[in-house]
Design a protein around this ligand. Structure first.
Ligand SMILES: NC(=O)c1ccc[n+]([C@@H]2O[C@H](COP(=O)([O-])OP(=O)(O)OC[C@H]3O[C@@H](n4cnc5c(N)ncnc54)[C@H](OP(=O)(O)O)[C@@H]3O)[C@@H](O)[C@H]2O)c1
Length: 342
C-alpha cells in the first residue's frame, strides 16, 4: 500500500510517500480502506519526537479515519466487508486494558497511530471493538475531520467542564480543530460562548460556530474582554487548549468557583500558579485527555443531527502530507485539515 511514512523524527521533510506491505488482519481485527484521514496537531508533535521517543520506524501516523471495511478477521463481529466505519481516534493498546471504562482511564490508552500504524495510508488494521459504524451521512472528508475533536470536546466541555445552558464559557483558539468543536458543543448546550483568534479571517468561522464574542487576541486582551462581557464577574468555565501563554489570564477572567479545563499546550507547558488565588477564588482546575468511546458516540450523534458541523478548511492528497503539516504549522488553518489517499 501507499503510505505517508516517517523513518526518523523531524520537520515535515521527513515524510516519504512510499510503498509498505499491505497489513494482514488477525483475530479480532478488521482491515479498513482509508477514504480520508484527518490531521491533528498531535501528529505534528509525534512527527517531531516531542511526545514519544520509542516509536519504531518506519512509522505511519494518523488518528482520524473514515473508510470501508475490506477484510474481517476471525472473531471480529459484527463487521462485514463494505461497512462504512470510523476508527476510534484513541483506545487502550494493551488488550489487558480493554474492559476498563472509561477507555481513556486505561494506562495503555493512546492516540491512534502513536505506536500502532495509523491512517495516513491506503489501509489501516484495527481491533474490531474500536471501530464504529459511520452513520454521519457525511462525505468521508468531513467524517474523518471530527472523531478526535468530538471525543475531546464531549469530555472537556460537557463532562469535566460541566457546561450548562445560560452559562458564559470562554473557549481558547476557536478556529483550531479542537477549539472549534468545543465552541460548537458549548453553544449547542445553550451556553454563551466567547472565544479567541489570532487573525480577523478566523472570526466568521467562530461566529458561524455559535460564539457570541470573538476576540482577536493580537489586538485585545481576552481576559479584559471577558471581564467586560460578564460585568466584572468572570466566565463560569474556561476551556483551554493553548496552555502556558494564556494560563494567568485564563484564571484572571474565571469567576470565583469557576471551572478551568485544560487539554492542550500549543502555547507552552510550564505555567506559574498563584496558590493564594486558587483557594481564595475556589477555582476548580481539571485536566482532560481525549475521551471514552461513549464520548465519541455522543459527539458523532451531535454531528449526525447537525448540532455540530465539520468545518474542513483544506483537503490534501496523501502524497502531499508534508505540505499539509506545514499548513497546520502556519497557524492559518480555520477548522480542520484532511488527507485523502489517491
Ligand atoms: N488532550 C486532548 O485530548 C487533546 C485533544 C485535541 C487537541 N489537543 C491539544 O490541543 C492543542 C490544539 O490542537 P489542535 O489540533 O486543535 O490545533 P490546531 O487546529 O493546529 O490549532 C492550534 C491553534 O492554536 C492557536 N495558538 C495559540 N498559541 C499558539 C502558539 N504558540 N503556536 C501555535 N498556535 C497557537 C492558533 O490559533 P490563533 O492563531 O487563532 O491563536 C492555532 O491555529 C494542541 O496542544 C493539541 O495537542 C489535546
Amino acid at each position: 500500500m501507499k503510505a505517508a511514512v516517517i523513518h526518523q523524527f523531524g520537520g515535515p521533510e521527513v515524510f516519504r510517500y512510499e510503498d509498505l506491505p499491505d497489513p494482514k488482519v488477525g483475530s479480532g481485527e478488521v482491515l479498513i480502506k482509508v477514504a480520508a484521514c484527518g490531521i491533528n496537531r498531535y501528529d505534528l508533535y509525534l512527527r517531531m519526537g516531542a511526545i514519544f521517543q520509542d516509536i519504531a520506524f518506519p512509522h505511519v501516523m494518523g488518528a482520524d479515519v473514515a473508510g470501508k471495511v475490506v477484510a474481517v478477521g476471525p472473531d471480529a463481529a459484527p463487521w462485514r466487508e463494505g461497512d462504512a466505519v470510523i476508527v476510534a481516534p484513541g483506545y487502550p493498546i494493551d488488550p489487558g486494558d480493554w474492559e476498563i471504562r472509561p477507555e481513556n482511564a486505561a494506562s495503555s490508552f493512546e492516540v491512534t497511530g502513536t505506536h500502532s500504524w495509523g491512517g495516513d495510508a491506503e489501509y489501516i488494521r484495527v481491533p474490531a471493538r474500536f471501530v464504529l459504524r459511520d452513520d454521519t451521512g457525511l462525505p468521508p472528508e468531513k467524517a474523518a475531520a471530527m472523531p478526535l475533536v468530538l471525543m475531546t470536546a464531549v469530555s472537556a466541555v460537557e463532562k469535566l467542564g460541566e457546561v450548562k445552558a445560560g452559562q458564559r464559557v470562554l473557549v481558547q483558539a476557536g478556529a483550531s480543530g479542537s477549539g472549534n468543536a468545543c465552541v460548537q458543543l458549548a453553544a449547542a448546550l445553550g451556553a454563551r460562548v466567547a472565544t479567541t483568534v489570532g487573525a480577523e479571517e478566523k472570526m466568521p468561522l467562530c461566529q458561524a460556530s455559535g460564539a457570541e464574542l470573538v476576540i482577536n487576541h493580537r489586538r485585545r486582551n481576552f481576559a479584559d474582554e471577558c471581564l467586560d462581557w460578564t460585568d466584572g464577574v468572570g466566565v463560569d468555565v474556561v476551556i483551554d487548549n493553548v496552555g502556558a501563554s494564556v494560563f494567568e489570564d485564563n484564571l484572571r477572567c474565571l469567576r470565583s468557583g469557576g471551572i478551568f479545563v485544560n487539554f492542550g499546550l500549543v502555547g507552552g507547558m510550564k505555567a506559574e500558579l498563584n496558590i493564594r488565588d486558587l483557594f481564595f477564588r475556589r477555582h476548580q482546575l481539571r485536566g482532560s485527555f481525549m475521551g471514552s468511546l461513549d464520548d465519541l458516540r455522543r459527539g458523532l450523534a451531535l454531528l449526525r443531527h447537525g448540532k455540530i458541523n465539520a468545518f474542513v478548511d483544506r483537503t490534501f492528497p496523501l502524497k502531499d502530507v508534508a505540505e499539509a503539516h506545514r499548513y497546520i504549522d502556519s497557524r492559518a488553518v480555520k477548522g480542520k485539515v484532511v488527507l485523502v489517499p489517491k
